[in-house]
Design a protein. Sequence first.
Length: 372
Amino acid sequence: MVTMVPQTDPGASYRAARAEIDAAVRRVLDSGWYILGEEGAAFEREFGAWLGAETVGCGNGTDALVLALRGLGIGAGDAVATVSHTAVATVAAIEMADALPVLIDIDPHFYTMEPADLEAVLIKPPPGCPPIKAVIVVHIYGQAAAMDEILAVAARHGVKVIEDCAQAHGATLHGRNLGTLADAATFSFYPTKNLGAFGDAGAVATADAGLARRLRALRQYGWERRYISDMPGINSRLDETQAAVLRVKLRGLDAGNARRRTIAAAYDAALAGTAAAPPLRRADAAHVFHQYVVQLEDRDSVQKRLAAQGVGTGIHYPVPVHLQPAYAGRLPMGPRECRATAAAAGNILSLPMFPEMTDAQLEQVCAALRRL
Ligand SMILES: Cc1ncc(COP(=O)(O)O)c(C=O)c1O
């Protein structure tokens, strides 16, 4: 009987800090204050100091995108460009904000937005497409998108840029934290993320104090004053319990990212000479390996062989958004028609990746990889 190394293991992050997390949760329960209180405010300060921007907590990473769009004044009658190679949440959030998603292809090596496809839709929008007012760039798997090029394209066409950092807590480009490079950035603290809560949680980051103030109102019925809605808002607040957990886990984030890099380097070495292509690293960028994704021609059979050797894997994501039943055929696309996106979906495989992976588990995975 082989013991399975899971692809991810959020429970291990609880076991690794059990005493501190139990104490933090108990402190909230004892306080009698459960939503938008001192823990949330402290987490926003601490996360903001760590990141280098003002941060506003909210219910999850999807709502963070909705809030960022609405805070930037984007909604009905606007279009927003993003990628099809992402968690469906990115695209769902655009529709939740009443805007129209326009799907852009990816660079097949880095899996991030192809700047030339973006510029092409900005120069010549698809027929009937409302004006594209913003771009949501996804730093997928924990590595920066081509931000220099995308920011230059966006500046040429006067569109706002939101960084979707749901998978990129702690990643950098040219030494600067992702999440501080554009008009706003969003984070998810879903339990498996590099910084994960034990439930849903999210945040928006921005250097614009006016936007931060609007976000604080939008997340709670548009209130700037209690019970008075100055603008139509939503309910997407950060729980005190999750904030208290996140304060504990934030202290271990940099070490967790370092361990992810160590695991990635071990995988690189184990894959040398095999048919699996390891992830490419962008120059002058620090990858935080939310996922370690290889490309393989015979992905499905390799996945089965790895499972037989006790190696859990995942596919992020098996069906691109533009081919999902809910979206197929109804969203405009860039001129490349997401061809690289569709091709990548058939070849990608995510290996086990979580900081609490033991050396024995790591060796079990590497031994299986060397046999590929
Ligand atoms: C790239 C990306 N964007 C957005 C989200 C949405 O975050 P949440 O699940 O917290 O709503 C996720 C996570 O699932 C994600 O990976």
